[in-house]
Design a protein around this ligand. Structure first.
Ligand SMILES: [Zn+2]
Length: 684
């Protein structure tokens, strides 16, 4: 947990004059817009007013911890999990992938796919008071993707779920819990966190995510993982006497699998809920409410003045539009007795007294005119056209078009309704190529029939090469008020730059796969000729009679990969598991590939190659075997051949190594070598 600012925000007890309000001020690590509320508390006496200490409680109703449930992937058996949760008054988050793609681990639940699953299933999941979270569109291993592809997976998932399920999304979990590989030295993790921040997420429903490396994200602690119960951490936490700012979120997790929970009615889940439901010291909540409460408690600012019997507090608090949640804040008044309080009110917002044993307490809601969003929509401009008529989808009353020309991003809004459109707030959510992160704009009222165009000049980051290839996904989130509060996402997709040839991705031909499970077949012996003969032959024949020729992966698939990956399959699992994909499927396991490429160097130089040491079985540079990571390049063309056999993860066949061979050249300081070019050799 990150509590660095907690003590700073609790309150300013000193009787200071009210600070000048700064309504545009942005709060916390995801720079949420803010607004000010006034709290007026009248006491029986001036002494009570002087002695009262007003504070924001660290968790809703001063609970010791949050308690919630996390379900991953778009499994239609989530519906059974939701039924069990409702039975026990439990709520949680369903972390979904693309709403057009669902699966089922086991039919024993009797649940069948509804006719319109993308609408029906979220509606049923939400009916139990649950929230939805992001888990990427296509469940790829994010570090294996190009920056632009990863950004679309992350933000596109939020845009789709919000606009189709009409429910806010602020929490995220990583597919395969995979957010970093040792090969990338933390850059992958930092970049993914930055993408998540820019996309509007601020809670990661991962187990103690901040322990290995602190981040600005709220996180959680697991007490049950797929039926494996380890709730001792929660027991210990609740028994500990230290009653501090630490108010973690405990989670039951992770897959609604019949096998994991003891049968189609999930008896093991029911058992856990029976044990842990109905306690006063736990906040049974969604991950959205937990995150929004904690973010507000950590980053709101409170200043207090006292005049006579009246204490007036100014609360600078994140805007619920940016919180994406409307959870109230709990305040306590200490240093006085409960009977000293005559009244508490806030102009424009509901105040609800609550019963806490030791102090007077109340919940302060968000201002009434900042209420929840009633309708969501998405307007797509996938061809990056500049004509408003091209944009597909609209909110019915607001038409929007987003497009980019060079470094200029344009958003046109047109009011197609008979009502004025007011309180228009735009957040441009930008991929990592651009320095601006999220650009916030506030617009005046748009009369019926009127339109307006906003233009933003973008600034490229100083090291754009790794960040600008592939299809770029740009989004303008437009929040506004018409008859009700609405959100419209305007989306464009822009063809990025050609990949710099100093990356390995496009510089190789592949031969294979060669089987690893046939007695008597030794891939290393078979590879001797294609690795060493100059040039290699056009065709090779496996003992099975199957022939292999040099090829490249479909560019559509290859282009979404990290530019440091030489593509083999471009998929996270072994080819054996893709029975429906004839181009990819291979019945054998332990597959190996031969990679054949060229490196053109402007000078003789020794560089360091970073790759998976267990996967690269042999590396030949200019006909010579190279054992270590140092490659002595000669001036001009260098011939590079690799025998690559992706090693498997211990628990599953999914691994980043299946996508292809990570291969990056660095200098002695670890900096990527930019003066070389990877060149695909001519087809032998
Ligand atoms: Zn998953």
């Amino acid at each position: 947990m990150n509590f660095r600012l907690f003590t700073a925000i609790l309150l300013h007890l000193i009787l200071a004059p009210a600070v000048a309000q700064a309504p545009a001020e942005e709060l916390g690590p995801v720079n949420m817009r803010s607004y000010t509320q006034t709290i007026r508390i009248t006491f029986q006496s001036e002494i009570a007013a002087q002695q009262a200490r007003l504070s924001i409680l660290p968790l809703f109703h001063d609970c010791r911890a949050g308690f919630s449930t996390r379900w991953d992937d778009s499994n239609i058996n989530d519906l059974r999990a939701a039924e069990v949760m409702t039975k026990f008054g439990q709520t949680g988050a369903f972390y979904l992938n693309s709403l057009s793609s669902w699966y089922q681990d086991n039919k024993a639940t009797g649940i069948t796919l509804p006719a319109d699953p993308g609408t029906e299933i979220p509606r049923k999941l939400l009916a139990g008071g649950n929230s939805l979270g992001g888990h990427t569109l296509n469940h790829e291993m994010l570090p294996a993707l190009s920056k632009n592809a990863a950004f679309k997976e992350i933000l596109g998932n939020r845009v789709e779920i919000e606009s189709q399920a009409a429910s806010p999304v602020l929490a995220f979990v990583f597919p395969f819990v995979f957010f970093q590989s040792p090969l990338r030295q933390g850059v992958d993790r930092a970049d993914l966190e930055e993408m998540l921040r820019r996309s509007g997420y601020y809670l990661l429903g991962e187990d103690d995510y901040n322990q290995s490396r602190p981040s600005d994200f709220l996180d959680s602690r697991f007490i049950v993982e797929d039926g494996n119960i380890s709730d001792g951490t929660l027991s210990n936490f609740l028994q500990s006497t230290a009653h501090t700012d630490d108010r973690p979120l405990f989670l039951i997790t992770m897959h609604a699998w019949v096998a994991a929970w003891g049968g189609p009615d999930f008896p093991k889940l029911a058992e856990i809920y029976k044990k842990w439901s109905g306690r006063n010291d736990l906040w049974y909540t969604t991950q959205n409410h937990y995150a929004a409460y904690r973010y507000q408690a950590l980053y709101s600012r409170l200043s207090v003045t006292v005049a006579g019997k009246v204490l007036t507090a100014q609360l600078l608090r994140p805007d619920p539009i940016d919180l994406d949640d409307w959870t109230p804040l709990t305040f306590s008044l200490d240093g006085i007795s409960k009977s000293d309080v005559v009244s508490v009110d806030s102009p424009g917002a509901e105040v609800k007294p609550i019963a806490l044993p030791s102090s007077y307490a109340f919940d302060l809601y968000h201002d009434r005119d900042r209420g929840p969003i009633d309708s969501y929509a998405e307007s797509d401009n996938t061809s990056n056209a500049d004509k408003l008529a091209v944009a597909k989808g609209s909110s019915g009353n607001l038409h929007a078009l987003l497009y980019r020309r060079g470094q200029l991003l344009s958003l046109t809004l047109r009011n197609d309704s008979a009502q004025p459109i007011a309180d228009i707030r735009v957040a441009f959510r930008l991929p990592l190529r651009w320095q601006q992160e999220v650009i916030h704009k506030q617009l005046n009222t748009l009369p019926p029939g009127a339109s307006i165009t906003l233009e933003e000049s973008l600034t490229e980051r100083p090291d754009p090469a790794h960040y600008s290839d592939g299809l770029e996904y740009d989004v303008a989130q437009v929040d506004y008020r018409s008859q009700s509060r609405s959100r419209l996402y305007a989306v464009t997709e822009v063809q990025g730059e050609d990949l710099s040839r100093s990356f390995a991705r496009n510089g190789f031909l592949i031969l294979g796969p060669m089987p690893g499970d046939i007695a008597g077949f030794d891939a290393q012996a078979f590879a001797k000729n294609p690795l060493q003969s100059d040039p290699p032959a056009h065709i090779y024949t496996l003992p099975s009679g199957e022939t292999l020729t040099w090829r490249t992966l479909d560019p559509v698939r290859a282009s979404i990969l990290d530019p440091d990956i030489i593509p083999t399959t471009g998929r996270s699992n072994i080819p054996n598991s893709y029975s429906w994909d004839r181009a990819l499927y291979n019945a054998h396991t332990g597959l190996a590939y031969l990679l054949y490429g060229r490196i053109v160097s402007p000078q003789a130089q020794t560089v360091q190659a970073i790759y998976c040491k267990d996967c690269v079985k042999q590396l030949f540079l200019n006909g010579q075997v190279v054992p270590g990571p140092h490659l002595a390049l000669r001036k001009g063309v260098n011939d590079l051949r690799i025998l690559y056999k992706p090693t498997m993860a211990t628990m599953s066949d999914y691994t980043e190594n299946n996508y292809g061979c990570y291969f990056r050249l660095t200098d002695s300081n670890g900096k990527r070598v930019e003066d070389v070019q990877f060149e695909k050799p001519p087809q032998p």
